[in-house]
Design a protein around this ligand. Structure first.
Ligand code: ADP
Ligand code: MG
Length: 240
């Protein structure tokens, strides 16, 4: 349903991703896994269309050609949480676009936002200022905004950072449900073990694609070694 073909992304002379080809299917819950600096966020940003001027192709299937279908949840630390807005306002951005109201919310918009806040368990916090939330509550609000948008392609960059393990399991179940409803769900994570349990598609990357397939195909000592142990950046992640 969406994918990239022979994608190479450079920042100046630094090659962040080399010759990557991968597809993400509707109805599938995919995890992108790799060490810091592996190009995970770069791959997601390319799919969203935030990185123009790359080599290769980004492809969408017929009927889903518009990028309007995408709901993107960026890495939390890249967002400004000092903004004077409420939980409800942030979730409503999933319907109306940016803050500043591109259009006035309809009754359906309000219903979808209410449903999304209930589904992610933060409806009771709807009048709260976002700056007053814990890390886990913030992630729930970002997921509510994503759900409210009703996109077919859900792209999430480390959505479980700062979330306690019980809540992580809840949110993984929520994402899996979205895939079962026919959406393509693609998540960047550091937690290989968790991804193996919940996802049906794993992609291991370290500047190039190391392995791509089902958890059974991908989760091998050789692949994990190739992904995590030879970090050119001088640090490795060994959460697995
Ligand atoms: P990951 O999300 O896997 O940690 P990123 O995709 O964010 O990795 O980054 C991949 C590599 O590209 C890193 O070495 C990073 O420092 C570099 N990089 C990312 N964004 C930029 C940018 N805007 N300008 C220059 N280098 C960047
Ligand atoms: Mg990243």
């Amino acid at each position: 349903m969406l994918g990239v073909q022979n994608l190479t992304v450079r920042y100046g002379s630094h090659v962040a991703l080399q010759d990557a080809t991968v597809r993400f299917e509707a109805g599938s819950f995919s995890a992108i896994i790799g060490p810091n600096g592996a190009g995970k966020s770069t791959l997601l940003k390319t799919l969203v269309g935030l990185l123009p001027g790359t080599e290769g192709r980004v492809a969408f299937d017929e009927g889903h050609s518009a990028r309007q279908c995408i709901s993107y949840v960026p890495q939390q630390q890249t967002l400004d949480w000092g903004f004077p807005v409420t939980v409800w306002d942030v979730a409503m951005m999933g319907r109306t676009g940016r803050l500043g109201w591109l259009r006035w919310p309809s009754k359906r918009d309000r219903q979808l936002v209410e449903d999304a806040l209930k589904e992610t368990g933060v409806y009771e916090l709807r009048a709260r200022h976002i700056g007053a939330l814990s890390g886990g509550q913030r992630q729930r609000v970002l997921l509510a905004r994503m759900l409210a948008r009703q996109g077919h392609l859900l792209l999430l960059d480390e959505p479980l950072t700062g979330v306690d393990s019980a809540t992580q399991e809840q949110l993984m179940a929520l994402l899996k449900t979205q895939a079962q409803r026919g959406r393509a769900v693609v998540m960047v994570t550091h937690d290989l073990e968790q991804a193996r349990r919940w996802c049906d598609h794993l992609l291991l990357i370290n500047r190039r694609i190391i392995a791509d397939g089902t958890p059974e195909q991908v989760y091998t000592p050789a692949n994990i070694e190739a992904t995590f142990s030879t970090s050119h950046l001088g640090h490795t992640h060994a959460e697995a």
